[in-house]
Ligand binder design. Structure first.
Ligand code: ATP
Length: 235
């Protein structure tokens, strides 16, 4: 479904990713873990075309997307929910959601997607006419994920969805993702600093350290690896 081979990325002279190899199976939740500055955000940005690779290849759904413009990557079925969610606080919940499907030509289809997303996230429905800035942190993250789903993606890239949330709220977001995958078969690539909670819902995990993959395995195996946990995962 997603295959990354020998991927490198630079910001000027700074090398953020170095020869990264990674695979995401269809219908899986795959976690990308690692400390601050390990290259997790850069990896998602390269996949969605916001940062250009300086070497290597990204293949999604059998197609080479390495040099594709961002809008075409989005249309091919990859939705990117950036760190912090990127919702627009002055717009209403519904307006934010509609932004996620602007490019879909069929108005009836857009309306159906809106109903589906509001059903998926019950706290959002009664607030659909409220400004997004009035939502709690957890609701705002749900809105960001919902907006990503409005384009009916095949794969969701999520950058630190639990960042800044209270532990119980963060757990709720993880449960939402787990249920979403179970109900829809959506493929999720989940970047998290909170390794324990990410691995608790993931099938597979990759650990990045200074732009390189330092470990990859089944989530349960990574969770059980004390040395790796202490060295790279911080718990
Ligand atoms: P975080 O959790 O802090 O977002 P991360 O694992 O997502 O960390 P990246 O944000 O991908 O890591 O950063 C990887 C490296 O690239 C770091 O050394 C960082 O300082 C550098 N970097 C990231 N963005 C830029 C930028 N816009 N310009 C220059 N260097 C950058």
């Amino acid at each position: 479904m997603l295959e990354i081979e020998g991927l490198s990325a630079h910001y000027g002279p700074v090398r953020a990713l170095s020869e990264v190899n990674l695979k995401v199976e269809e219908g899986s939740i795959t976690a990308i873990l690692g400390a601050n500055g390990a290259g997790k955000t850069t990896l998602l940005r390269v996949i969605s075309g916001l940062v250009r690779a300086s070497g290597g290849r990204v293949t999604a759904f059998g197609e080479d997307i390495t040099a594709m413009p961002t809008d075409r990557i989005a249309r091919s079925g990859v939705a990117h929910v950036p760190e912090g969610g990127g919702v627009i606080p002055e717009l209403t919940v519904e307006e934010n959601l509609r932004l996620g499907a602007l490019w879909r030509p069929d108005r009836a289809d857009r309306a159906r997607a809106l109903d589906e997303v509001l059903e998926l996230f019950p706290p959002l429905a009664p607030r659909r006419s409220k400004a997004a800035g009035t939502l709690s942190g957890g609701e705002r993250q749900m809105l960001a994920i919902g907006r990503g789903l409005m384009g009916r993606p095949r794969m969701l890239l999520l950058d630190e969805p639990s960042l800044g949330l209270a532990p119980l709220v963060a757990a709720k977001i993880m449960a939402v993702l787990r249920d979403l995958r179970a109900d829809t078969g959506l493929t999720v690539l989940l970047v998290e600093q909170n390794a324990r909670s990410a691995l608790s819902i993931s099938d597979y995990g990759f650990v990045l350290g200074l732009g390189e993959v330092v470990a990859s395995d089944d989530a349960a195996t990574l969770l059980a690896d004390d040395q790796l946990r202490h060295a790279y995962l911080g718990f």
